[in-house]
Write a protein that binds this ligand. Structure first.
Ligand code: DQA
Length: 147
């Protein structure tokens, strides 16, 4: 991660199983499909994507720290850590790089424990409920914010 036109797309736990995981909720596209969607969208807009996934909270924290100097913005699907992680909230607060929270599903229409986002107040905004198009909508919002 080093360039001024790089957007970091971060994916949290279980998103490596996209395509096989609860397809009724998350659709049949894989994480590689999402990566392609993001890099096509970004390159049309003149940006590059650094696309990563981790099941480890600490690794996501470290990558957010790296975004301070390595990315112009972050589109972040933190998965279930969205609802539990003060460490990720603090990491988003600790960097000046803008972060957009995103979710494939409409978390507000699901179980009550998904209604609360610990990260949302640290992010510039939240996009959810549009399937994998939430990723490109998050990139659109981020790029609009950066410009
Ligand atoms: C998710 C929603 C979270 O509640 C869930 O834990 C996920 C995926 C989404 O993209 O809809 O892992 O972030």
């Amino acid at each position: 991660m080093a360039q001024s036109k790089t957007i970091l797309v971060l994916n949290g736990p279980n998103l490596n199983l996209l395509g096989q995981r609860e397809p009724v909720v998350y659709g049949s596209g894989t994480l590689s499909d999402v990566e392609k969607l993001c890099s096509d969208y970004a390159s049309d807009a003149g940006y590059e994507i650094d696309f990563r996934q981790s099941n480890s909270e600490g690794e996501l924290v470290t990558w957010l720290h790296e975004a301070e100097n390595g990315a112009v913005g972050v589109a972040f699907n933190a998965g279930a850590y969205t609802h539990t992680s003060i460490a990720l909230h603090d990491a988003v607060k600790a960097i000046s790089t803008p972060v957009v929270e995103l979710h494939i599903s409409n978390v507000h229409a699901r179980e009550e424990f998904r209604h609360k986002s610990i990260m949302a107040s640290a992010c510039i905004g939240q996009i959810c409920g549009f399937g994998t198009s939430s990723y490109t909508l998050a990139l659109q919002a981020l790029i609009g914010h950066i410009k």
